[in-house]
Design a protein around this ligand. Structure first.
Ligand code: AMP
Length: 198
């Protein structure tokens, strides 16, 4: 039986989940859906959604569950997500876990795995400071970074307990070269019965 690659990648800011998520999605030929990227694209394009979320994102707070879950449901309902998807940055709290459960249950679908990328706090901060210098993201200032990391620890880390009880979590060491980390993730997913396409 083939397992449909419906995957989550979870990790603190600066864990490399965006980069690794994109690599894994490419390997399985599934869309990588990053809620942060969707919001940033909407802000850049000046859409209504972008205007609604800009101040919240710049302050490093979470966008409302209602708005975020609606964005994800719309995206996952598109045809290219039928054969699987990788969600990066969603769910971010327990309420969003419940929203995703309801969406998947209604479609008779299951998650195949949750990749937890773990990196020490100091390493996350060092990577984020570098990204701030390289990319100039408005939410990558030192103060906002610390705030986002504390939200991660308080609101997002608990979702791993829930998925862990379901036996879905593979905890991956996120320190190493990009290729080493991708390899660790692929090994874990293959052990779950997933078949990379490329
Ligand atoms: P990220 O690129 O994943 O770090 O997301 C950047 C920002 O977008 C976050 O700091 C939040 O303000 C917002 N955001 C992204 N994903 C979510 C989510 N699942 N729930 C609420 N806010 C989110």
């Amino acid at each position: 039986m083939t397992v449909t690659p419906r995957l989550l990648i979870v990790g603190p800011q600066g864990s490399g989940k965006g980069t690794q998520g994109a690599r894994i999605a490419e390997t399985f030929e599934i869309p990588a859906v990053s809620t942060g990227d969707v919001f940033r694209a909407n802000i850049a394009e000046g859409t209504e959604l972008g205007r609604q979320v800009q101040a919240v994102i710049e302050a490093g707070n979470l966008v409302s569950d209602e708005l975020t879950s609606a964005v994800v449901r719309d995206r996952l309902a598109q045809p290219d997500a039928a054969a699987g998807f990788l969600l990066d940055g969603y769910p971010r709290n327990l309420a969003q876990v419940a929203d995703l459960d309801a969406f998947l249950d209604a479609r008779g679908e299951n998650l195949a795995g949750v990749i937890e990328l773990s990196v020490p706090r100091e390493e996350s901060i060092a990577r984020l400071s570098l990204r701030a210098r390289e990319q100039g993201r408005t939410d990558d200032t030192e103060e906002v970074i610390a705030h986002r990391l504390s939200i991660y620890e308080r609101e997002t880390a608990p979702i791993l307990g829930v998925y862990g009880e379901r036996g879905l979590v593979d905890s991956i060491d996120g320190v190493g070269t990009l290729d080493e980390i991708t390899e660790r993730i692929l090994t874990a997913l293959i052990a779950r019965g997933l078949n990379p396409v490329s």
